[in-house]
Design a protein around this ligand. Structure first.
Ligand SMILES: [Zn+2]
Ligand SMILES: [Zn+2]
Length: 228
């Protein structure tokens, strides 16, 4: 057996080419999505991120935005300078891209950007609570309840009453079909909601729609619990 990409001789059991990293036995075009080894994926990611960010930077009307440069009137702003974009901004753009595609029902495209978004967050030197929430939501989008619970725990340790911790926890436990655990997380959210939202944390303003939607669901869940 030889590598279809570079022609190197391969062991019969090889899943990836030891020389160029191409996956064995699948079309080259689909290769990197199927699962490149991390070393190769990491090397390719820099290029890929630049391309993606360039595309994100040049496209307008892309759905909900978080970064302040996009909420200001466009006429007063120069076009986004990719080289000046911080790693945090790049990560946020990729998060927004995944969420927009996901909400549009474009699951394949969302799945395409999901590992890039997670990798962009993994490269950040430090994570604030909003960043942790984004990672948790991305984890949930990918079906990774353990990852989302880990972010919920980190947020909870930093600020025990933070609403994002209850939100991630409830969603992750629902993913695990743990109705009792999800019910406790909904109840915790409702218990802390008034005091927390009165603090006017900036991340609550960014995610007002998520908070409002979650409030409705938490209230319905509490109603079901009482009815039992
Ligand atoms: Zn090869
Ligand atoms: Zn956010």
């Amino acid at each position: 057996m030889t590598c279809h990409a570079c022609g190197a001789p391969l062991a019969a059991t090889a899943k990836f080419c030891h020389k160029c990293g191409a996956p064995v036995g699948s079309a080259p075009a689909a290769g990197w999505r199927v699962g490149l080894p991390w070393g190769v994926a990491g090397a390719a990611l820099g290029t890929l991120l630049t391309v993606v960010v360039l595309r994100l930077g040049s496209s307008a009307g892309d759905g909900r935005r978080e970064t302040s440069d996009e909420t200001a009137p466009a006429s007063r702003l120069p076009p986004p300078d990719i080289s000046q974009m911080s790693p945090e901004e790049r990560a946020t753009r990729l998060y927004n891209r995944v969420m927009t595609l996901h909400s549009q029902g474009k699951a394949d495209s969302a799945e395409f950007f999901l590992p890039m978004a997670l990798q962009a967050y993994a490269m950040l030197p430090a994570l604030d609570i909003d960043g942790r929430y984004h990672i948790g939501v991305l984890d949930l989008t990918g079906g990774d309840s353990a990852g989302a619970l880990a972010q919920a725990d980190s947020i909870h340790r930093a600020i025990p009453t933070h609403l994002f911790a209850s939100m991630l926890r409830a969603r992750a436990l629902e993913l695990r079909h743990d109705a009792a655990g999800a019910g406790r997380a909904y109840a915790e959210f409702l218990r802390n909601e008034a005091a927390e939202r009165a603090r006017r944390r900036p991340e609550y303003a960014d995610h007002k729609d998520n908070l409002d939607a979650f409030h409705t669901q938490a209230t319905q869940a509490a109603g079901r619990t009482r009815a039992r």
